[in-house]
Ligand binder design. Structure first.
Ligand SMILES: Cc1cc2nc3c(=O)[nH]c(=O)nc-3n(C[C@H](O)[C@H](O)[C@H](O)COP(=O)(O)OP(=O)(O)OC[C@H]3O[C@@H](n4cnc5c(N)ncnc54)[C@H](O)[C@@H]3O)c2cc1C
Length: 385
């Protein structure tokens, strides 16, 4: 067992950090922090990430992807600003799902533009009435000649309002248990126009979280991915790595908050001494640091279990739930170290406080992740009757 990163892993992290400071941060800084980036700006950000292999991380090299071990992918994603992590993950996971579900002809048709981020993409599963239980999707795909006709709404979809291509989870009817027979279909916006708009939210405001409406949207049957019924399996497989990666996004924010708190605690003088020399402020710093180290290690461990081919359902759910909850508290404690300055817009910690609050929801809420852990421990599934 070796708890140290290799020299190569550190170099890869440095390279992503350099890209962030030279190429990506200037784009974020040039735009309103409280409004979604213009599409061209986000496309540029994704294209920089593509040069590092972040958009095709889980596509094998033989198929033109970066073929990264998931641990390395996580180590890289940890270095990105949170709003970029979500946009990259939305794009990359869609690329991965299309790769694993498609025919050679479909891969050639869709993937080069998506992996290079010349086109922006997303996965639409959640709906106004369908969240944690994706097998209840209502968006209908009705066969009509050479097309499917899509009708329905998708909500809370990362990258939706700026996407060129959306991978839609739809229903082609019900099985004998009353669950949707799910099918994936790739909808190209130019050829099959649909409406999409932003939903204003608490955090990650430079990103895009939107609603999509399909009204008699005709999509060629040639865009159907895989077989009817495969969709749930591929969704679940990709969630396994997404969860610790979202945990590492929380670690990124808590780490930045710790660095700010350490500096402030060393500079700020009250009662004739630096606040960092008082026991209770040191306790807050120690708690923040403990949250970061335990969360980071758990997320790395979950990712390495996936690379080893172990059954990772429990550890992956545990990593996301633990890291986000503990890093959320860590960000809040770092604000507390700053007194009133902690809540100022000027300092920037309030932005992490809002951004991190977005993370417990996608790819499994805290309650669903808890129940996945429970299922793995007991063999009994408690979330579906
Ligand atoms: C930042 C962000 C990005 C997202 N990106 C995407 C995306 O790209 N594509 C996409 O399709 N969706 C996306 N989503 C949507 C996300 O996947 C859903 O919001 C999530 O699955 C939860 O669904 P819901 O919001 O409808 O909550 P619900 O499922 O309605 O849950 C409401 C509450 O009930 C609890 N609950 C539900 N069922 C149970 C149960 N059986 N036992 C105990 N508690 C339960 C939940 O934990 C929660 O607290 C995103 C959401 C966010 C916030």
């Amino acid at each position: 067992m070796d708890f140290q990163l290799t020299a190569e892993q550190r170099m890869i992290q440095d390279s992503v950090r350099r890209m962030v400071s030279c190429d990506i941060q200037p784009i974020l800084d040039a735009h309103n922090p409280d409004a979604p980036l213009p599409k061209e700006a986000m496309r540029q950000v994704l294209q920089f990430c593509s040069t590092q292999g972040l958009i095709s991380a889980r596509v094998p090299e033989a198929a033109g992807g970066a073929g990264l071990p998931t641990l390395v992918y996580g180590l890289m994603m940890e270095q990105l600003p949170p709003v970029v992590t979500l946009a990259v993950l939305g794009q990359e996971v869609t690329v991965t799902r299309i790769h694993f579900e498609s025919t050679d002809e479909q891969r050639e048709r869709f993937l080069p533009d998506l992996m290079a981020a010349r086109k922006i993409t997303c996965t639409g599963t959640t709906e106004p009435d369908v969240g944690s239980d994706p097998r209840a999707v209502k968006t209908r795909a009705d066969a009509d000649g050479d097309d499917y006709v899509l009708n329905g709404r998708k909500m809370w979809i990362t990258n939706a309002s700026i996407c060129d291509v959306i991978n839609v989870t739809s229903s082609v009817g019900k099985d004998e248990r009353g669950l949707s027979r799910m099918m994936r279909i790739v909808v190209e916006r130019d050829a099959s126009p649909f409406e999409a708009h932003e939903i204003p939210t608490l955090g990650l405001r430079q990103g895009h979280l939107g609603e999509v409406v399909f009204e008699n949207c005709r999509v060629p049957k040639a865009n159907q991915l895989g077989q009817v019924g495969d969709a749930a399996r591929i969704l679940t497989l990709t969630w396994l790595a997404n969860r610790p990666i979202l945990g590492l996004c929380a670690v990124h924010m808590a780490e930045a908050a710790l660095q700010a708190a350490l500096k402030y605690a060393g500079d700020r003088v009250q009662f004739g001494r630096t606040i960092g020399s008082t026991q209770l402020v040191q306790e807050m710093l120690a708690d923040i640091s403990t949250a970061i180290t335990t969360s980071r290690l758990l997320c790395y461990y979950a990712l390495s279990c996936i690379d080893n081919g172990d059954r990772a359902n429990q550890i992956s759910a545990m990593a996301k739930r633990y890291a986000i909850a503990n890093c959320q508290r860590a960000v809040s404690l770092a604000m507390e170290v700053h007194g009133a300055m902690g809540i100022s817009r000027e300092l920037g910690l309030e932005r992490y406080y809002r951004d991190i609050r977005m993370l417990p929801i996608p790819d499994g809420t805290n309650q669903i992740l808890t129940l996945i852990e429970g299922r793995e421990l007991t063999g009994t599934q408690a979330y579906r009757v």
